[in-house]
Design a protein around this ligand. Structure first.
Ligand SMILES: [Zn+2]
Length: 92
């Protein structure tokens, strides 16, 4: 089974804002990155966002469909570095 991933930059989120949708037969996971407040220079890499979305999806659905999306990368290491950042990441 396969999950699909869409990463967009909706104009209403402002420059740097990202909206990620991870969809599979079992459910859909959303992850937004808002523009960091002034003074913060940290933006999550797309790879880190994907790793976080995959983890969130698997926590919610537990179906394993999204695992392949990390391309064998260690989601844990990406997640740890993402947590160390001060970027604002919120789920829905
Ligand atoms: Zn699934």
């Amino acid at each position: 089974m396969t999950a699909t991933l869409r990463l967009t930059s909706p104009p209403e989120m402002g420059p740097g804002g990202r909206h990620l949708v991870l969809d599979c037969l079992h459910g859909t996971t959303y992850l937004d990155q808002l523009v960091p407040p002034r003074g913060s220079r940290v933006i999550l890499s797309e790879r880190a966002m994907i790793a976080m979305a995959v983890d969130k999806h698997e926590a919610e659905e537990g179906c394993g469909c999204a695992r392949d999306l990390t391309g064998g990368q260690s989601a844990d290491s990406l997640k740890v570095s993402a947590r160390a950042d001060s970027a604002s990441v919120t789920g829905s």
